[in-house]
Design a protein around this ligand. Sequence first.
Ligand SMILES: Nc1ncnc2c1ncn2[C@@H]1O[C@H](COP(=O)(O)OP(=O)(O)OP(=O)(O)O)[C@@H](O)[C@H]1O
Length: 218
Amino acid sequence: MNKDTDSLSPILELSKLSCERDERQLFSGLDLQVFPGDIIQIEGPNGSGKTTLLRILTTISSDYEGEIFWQGQPLAKGKLDYLNHLLYIGHLPGVKKALTPRENLLWFSGMNDGHLQRPIEEALDEVGLFGFEDVPCYSLSAGQLRRVALARLFLTPARVWVLDEPFTAIDKQGVKNLESLMAEHAAGGGSILLTTHQDMGIDGVKRLNLLDCTGEAA
Ligand SMILES: Nc1ncnc2c1ncn2[C@@H]1O[C@H](COP(=O)(O)OP(=O)(O)OP(=O)(O)O)[C@@H](O)[C@H]1O
């Protein structure tokens, strides 16, 4: 699906996006079309604005110029529908350490009106946390905490995944498993925007380098 998407309409479109922080232009004239089946890796050196762009895409930040369209409509019109189709995992795991992995995912389930694609136990098993379901998260390792966050990917019905440094602290086998899951999501028509400083082992990944988004060629 992610090999030939040109005949489809973009589900998400960024038009002439610009963002400045502390009087420094991070990017400008950024145009991007996201199609069903796309995996888009946002690249750029530290401080180039990758997380900032993802926060704009998730509507956490509205400090930008330009337009974002969701399924052809300006985002302001379709924001609720967009957010219902979006899953964001930020570069901090976003896991409540006082809770267990099961409790964290139950909380996530509540955020989704109880709609989960699979049982929580299966999701935790998929991310290698079988046996850790009821352990307080403060006693988990950094990689295990990240895995609790990533377990949401097995539960969510969201079509668009926005993932900031999802491979951080994940071991080699975990990275392979996550890449397979991403490829499966894309093959099913889902879309993924992610940042990572790692080379990815998935065919057909599109790249957007923020260093190319100076506005000059837009
Ligand atoms: N809320 C904010 N207020 C002011 N400046 C900010 C804010 N958020 C980010 N910045 C600045 O914007 C720039 C881009 O930050 P951002 O986190 O988007 O970079 P990044 O490309 O994700 O970096 P890294 O690869 O290190 O994660 C940095 O110089 C940062 O200090």
